[in-house]
Design a protein around this ligand. Sequence first.
Ligand SMILES: *[C@@H]1O[C@H](CO)[C@@H](O)[C@H](O)[C@H]1NC(C)=O
Ligand SMILES: *[C@@H]1O[C@H](CO)[C@@H](O)[C@H](O)[C@H]1NC(C)=O
Ligand SMILES: *[C@@H]1O[C@H](CO)[C@@H](O)[C@H](O)[C@H]1NC(C)=O
Length: 472
Amino acid sequence: MVAGATMAVLQRASTASTDFFVGLLPVHVLMVVILVSGMAMLWRVSRARDVYLVDYGCFLGEPRYRIPSAMALEHARLMTDIIEEESADFMARLHERSGIGEETSVPDSYRYMPPERGVEASREEAELVISSAVDKVFARTTVNPKDIDTLIVACSFTTLTPVFADVVVNKYRLRADVQSVNLSGMGCSGALICVGLAQKLLQAAPPGKHKHVLIIATEILSSMLYNGTKREMLVPNVLFRMGAAAMIMTNSPERARFRLGPIVRTLTAGRDSDYRCAFQEEDDKGITGINLSKELPVVAANALKSHIVAFCPRALPALELLRVAFSLVKQYVFPQPRATGRAEKGARPAFNKVFQHFCIHPGGRRVLHEMQRGLGLSDRDMEASHMTLHRFGNMASSSLLYELAYIEAKGRMSKGDRVCMISFSPGIDCSSVVWECINPAAADPNGPWAACIHRYPVHAQAQQLPQIAKMT
Ligand SMILES: *[C@@H]1O[C@H](CO)[C@@H](O)[C@H](O)[C@H]1NC(C)=O
Ligand SMILES: *[C@@H]1O[C@H](CO)[C@@H](O)[C@H](O)[C@H]1NC(C)=O
Ligand SMILES: *[C@@H]1O[C@H](CO)[C@@H](O)[C@H](O)[C@H]1NC(C)=O
């Protein structure tokens, strides 16, 4: 109805304007031409500040890195002097309900008894995952290592000397004037924070200069394993898996695959519950781990709400905002009985009409279900996230690129599609990034999903959701 009315108004306006233009003097024509070319220039200038993703690559572990659940369980049991029987049972139950499949990868250091957690193990793992991801991204693009102007590496828990950025400079012989940045401690939002940083750097480049930023996002597990017995700290052992992703970003649309849209980041660490929801600390025996709060899903849902409030005005088209505003006003004028739960529905933006694809950080099944509810998404919208959790586990911030790869491997990405990536990390830091596909690619034979995409989506057994709160 609204569309019909708009059309009628437009038609009336256009007939009126033809009448008006008939008697135009040349000077007016000139003004129109100047106006139009001015607007075109403005458009070009604003486009010049656009930033693009050339391509991305993901680490894929050889089958020997696989950790099927039976093996994880056996390991947990064999390590009984490290992990007590009761804790091993807890981990087994958690594993069963986590939504994690049988083919996820862990580093070799996890297989030793007791697990190897030294610097050497961390460096070995970092070299393995980082070089695999970087090799893949260079293989997929015409960009050379010598073209890289800036290198950003995000890895939260592990920092060695020399830093991982130097590992990359050394292996790929990047230029001596490369700007290198290591971001640690940013958790699972690391990759998106890097994208924001790369955008600022590329926009600051002098006009006409083509610059390339190489981003690497990973988490090194070798030093993260918690060998204590506190349940709240054992959860990350079950969920986190080995992975890394590399992206090349640039300020030129030539040969780029995605255009970067709005980036929104909110930090709710001002609230104590949010600040403490995932907290690195020592347990009573002095063993360091990450203490996951029982309220995590609720706290995360609240943080998501604050994020959506900031996200909508920046990332949604005006028409959708108008529709939401209209239905809010309607609700205010004609209040509906709240109990039906229908009232909130109309007032929520239709995210899956605005974005064709979603990549949501696979922090665990329960968190994904909370996100689905909060954003009003369909099962299909959530598919990439659940399948990534099943096939690869939670690989911290690199997981989002595996999800993008899933959508592409399924052949669902078309030109003009908009992808919304959302991640959250301790703090709670919620980040979202919008991409628009400008150049869909053929299926990648070396992509992380190439060998298994035909088996997906799988329907993980319809068990109840992991109730971390109830189990602890
Ligand atoms: C946990 O690992 C650390 C470092 O590898 C080791 O020193 C410690 O003894 C282990 N703790 C237990 C309870 O086995
Ligand atoms: C970069 O790495 C060093 C270790 O070499 C670490 O001390 C430092 O905190 C890191 N910088 C950032 C911003 O994370
Ligand atoms: C984890 O955090 C909770 C609440 O902050 C606290 O009660 C609990 O003792 C912590 N657990 C450990 C092992 O430190």
